[in-house]
Design a protein around this ligand. Structure first.
Ligand SMILES: Nc1nc2c(c(=O)[nH]1)N[C@H]1C(S)=C(S)[C@@H](COP(=O)(O)O)O[C@H]1N2
Ligand SMILES: [Mo]
Length: 261
């Protein structure tokens, strides 16, 4: 899927170039599979991305939504599925009754919200397909609070550029460190109508393996962006100081920060 997306971006750029764009590919047959074109296009890949985002697949576009009959009978849990962090386990043992989502950082109105507070806010439900970078997909219904409405209540300061989500699990301990899972998204995705903090899956409270009590759904991107076990969100102006500086747990290990699908 990623490969096709890349090819189609290339083909798109080729069409733009063919229709009189700035780059000269004189003597070229505009076959995207010809090595000459590929090497030129590799060097302008950031441009193709920008062009595609700006003109052809506006990031505000909705991800496809499915019907109830499409919901996967089994949804593969992935990454952390049972955080062993002591605070998390204590919260889970109480059914997250004392858990609070902290909304902090570059906001005028920092907040602490219980699950009941979140459930009392206007909700959105959506049946979407989750695509993991590993190559599998599953469909489920997610219900939660649009991130945009929380941010409207928190009132972003003008310097805010990204939303960081801090999680309870130390997946790093299984790999190469001891930091907690985290993610960042920009304000375009934060404002997207399908970007929600989900507390329910297929009509039931979010199971622990899928991120209880709260997980992000950011439907135009790959699964690793969809932080589970979210404890705190912060409005920030840069993610350089977080983790290893690339904007997320998997990004710090080489995956793309913008994992568009
Ligand atoms: N906190 C946290 N969030 C996470 C992960 C994780 O290990 N920890 N794994 C990510 C990856 S790679 C995927 S594919 C999805 C998996 O979500 P699921 O367990 O509901 O399938 O969660 C993402 N969010
Ligand atoms: Mo994933």
């Amino acid at each position: 899927m990623r490969r096709n997306a890349k090819l189609s971006r290339r083909e798109t750029l080729i069409k733009l170039i063919a229709s009189g764009g700035a780059l000269s590919l004189a003597g070229c047959d505009f076959d995207s599979r010809s090595p000459g074109v590929l090497s030129i296009l590799d060097s302008v890949e950031p441009l193709t991305r920008t062009v595609q985002r700006a003109l052809l697949a506006p990031r505000e576009a909705l991800a496809r939504e499915y019907g109830p009959q499409d919901i996967s009978s089994y949804f593969k849990p992935n990454g952390s599925t049972a955080p062993d962090d002591a605070d998390y386990q204590a919260a889970a043992a109480k059914g997250f009754a004392d858990w609070r989502l902290e909304v902090a950082g570059l906001v005028e109105n920092p907040m602490q919200l219980s699950l009941a507070d979140l459930r009392a806010l206007p909700a959105r439900s959506q049946i979407t397909r989750h695509d993991c970078v590993e190559g599998w997909s599953c469909i489920a219904q997610w219900t939660g609070v649009p991130l945009s409405s929380l941010l409207a209540k928190a009132r972003l300061k003008p310097q805010a550029r990204y939303i960081a989500l801090f999680c309870a699990d130390t997946l790093e301990e299984t790999l190469d460190g001891n930091g907690k899972y985290y993610e960042t998204i920009d304000l375009i995705d934060a404002a997207h109508p399908q970007t929600i903090l989900a507390y329910a899956m297929n009509g039931a409270p979010l199971p622990i393996e899928h991120g209880a009590p709260l997980r992000l759904r950011v439907e135009r991107q790959l699964g690793y962006k969809m932080a589970k076990y979210v404890m705190r969100i912060e409005a920030i102006d840069s993610f350089e100081a977080l983790g290893r500086g690339s904007g997320g747990f998997w990004e710090d290990r080489g995956y793309e920060w913008y994992a568009g699908i």
